[in-house]
Design a protein around this ligand. Structure first.
Ligand SMILES: *Cc1c(COP(=O)(O)O)cnc(C)c1O
Length: 472
């Protein structure tokens, strides 16, 4: 039998048509994404129904696959890459990172083992050193390159769990959790949901959390932390997901160190303050923790998915995540799989390295400081609108905005989303409905802020008109 599908695929490689097509489409996308509507139009959303079809029987034309994807997929993307996407804490992508990722796509590397990807392994070892230096962490700190902070939190807490039980002569890997010595967990009432998820997945149980009160900005109140000991994991936060606030690491980590307590810092977007001379006062004292979770894809603006777990206890980390098999090839160089839960994973290090190499320390400093300045600009401009209030101190890149009532806030949110000139989400802060603005893109200009504030104003006017009409 003639191998038709193989011939067909070799032909795709030889005639390059789909690859040229993709390049053309991606340039087109990049040209528009900074100016277009931030959220897909109704039409684009409706058109997604084109994808509803039965799984095809026969192989189809490659060009038509790419055409469909571009024609209906591209307009149904959110413009997180642009300068007016303020939802969640997202981050754009530094251009050189997109280009490098594109090259890496064709390489299709899995840096599980050195022999699987010498280049991946080389860059991971190098960037590990760069990050330890940039964040000013203990020299023996190791890095694992994972999909995001959700996984990084899981890895950090798994290392903590391993170490604490090991100190109690309990090998978690052999014995499991049943009847194991108790691990105490202390964290703030504003801990991120992914921290709770990690606690759940690790079998530590939410009921066992000793919750610490937080202040108005969402920071742990140091005096409210219970007595710490060597069987405790204390989880702190660099960058509250609403207010951007940072726990007081200097005081808390010092205290924890004396008690021999494992401190894990969830620094998804905030750990990067350490890379900015004007903002590094926020992260003072982080070097006294034991593990740190941080994203590349938020503040540093690497493409998705890029998270990092940093841990000063390499033995605990690799023991917690280690796997072995008779066919594995361990090398004297770095084998990435010892530092991550996965064996196979894509070589996200390619983008991370290229962006760090491209920006350098000064470029990172400037890029992140600019985000901070834009957040301050936003806060300054928004309070000039009657009926808009800023609810947090702008220490980093987050702005919390409230209107005169929950009802108006809600309507403003809906109107902003309908207007599509910028995009942001809502939250609850101090018991009130609020709008969250996260400025996390290299591409956000002063003009983007002004334009977005105008959209806010329009949205508020519409909301007030609406409320007045419905009250009649
Ligand atoms: C975004 C975020 C996370 C989760 O990170 P992912 O990269 O989305 O997995 C955890 N903690 C904080 C504070 C965050 O902002």
């Amino acid at each position: 039998m003639k191998n038709k599908i193989q011939d067909k695929m070799f032909l795709e490689i030889r005639n390059k048509e789909i690859f040229n097509q993709v390049q053309h489409y991606s340039f087109e996308y990049l040209e528009r994404v900074f100016d277009r509507n931030v959220y897909p139009t109704e039409e684009a959303l409706n058109d997604l129904s084109i994808f509803d079809e039965e799984f095809p029987f026969d192989s189809t034309n490659a060009k038509s696959v790419i055409e469909q994807l571009n024609k209906y997929g591209s307009p149904a993307t959110t413009a997180t890459l642009g300068g007016r996407y303020f939802g969640f804490v997202c981050g754009s992508a530094v251009p050189v990172g997109l280009a490098a990722k594109n090259l890496g796509t064709y390489w299709d590397q899995a840096p599980a083992m050195n022999v699987l990807s010498p280049i991946g392994s080389k860059l991971e070892s190098l960037v590990e050193k760069w990050l330890v230096d940039l964040f000013n962490l203990p020299q023996n700190t190791s890095a694992g390159f994972v999909s995001g902070t959700s996984t990084a939190n899981l890895c950090g807490l798994a290392a903590a769990r391993y170490r604490i039980l090991q100190s109690n002569h309990w090998d978690i890997n052999e014995k499991g959790l049943r009847n194991s010595p108790k691990i105490r967990i202390v964290t703030g009432k504003q801990a991120h949901s992914t921290v709770l998820k990690a606690i759940v997945v690790l079998g530590l149980g939410k009921e066992n959390i000793e919750w610490v009160d937080v202040d108005k900005q969402g920071r742990i109140i140091p005096e409210s932390i219970p007595e710490l000991d060597e069987n405790t994991i204390l989880i702190l936060q660099a960058g509250n997901v609403n207010s951007g606030a940072f726990d007081d690491f200097e005081i808390i980590c010092e205290k924890a160190k004396k008690a021999n307590t494992w401190v894990h810092i969830d620094g998804a977007f905030g750990l990067w303050a350490q890379a900015v001379s004007e903002l590094k006062y926020l992260t003072k004292g982080i070097e006294n923790a034991s593990s740190w979770a941080v994203d590349g894809h938020k503040t540093l603006n690497t493409p998705y998915d890029c998270g990092i777990i940093l841990c000063s206890d390499q033995e605990a980390m690799t023991s917690a995540l280690h796997m072995s098999g008779s066919y594995m090839v361990e090398s004297t160089e770095r084998d990435g799989m010892f530092y991550t839960p996965e064996m196979s994973r894509r070589a996200r290090i390619i983008e991370l390295w290229s962006i760090m190499k491209y920006l350098g320390k000064n470029g990172i400093d400037e890029m992140i400081l600019t985000m901070h300045q834009r957040a301050k600009q936003f806060a300054e401009e928004i309070v000039k609108i009657k009926g808009c209030y800023v609810e947090n101190d702008i220490v980093f890149n987050q702005v919390i905005v409230r209107c005169d009532s929950d009802k108006i806030t809600e309507q403003v949110l809906r109107n902003i989303q309908i207007l599509r000139e910028c995009w942001l989400g809502g939250s609850i802060w101090s018991g009130k409905k609020v709008l969250r603005v996260s400025i996390c893109s290299w591409a956000t200009t002063e003009n983007d802020i002004t334009k977005s504030v105008k959209s806010f104003k329009k949205a508020l006017e519409l909301a007030i008109t609406n409320t007045n009409t419905s009250n009649r």
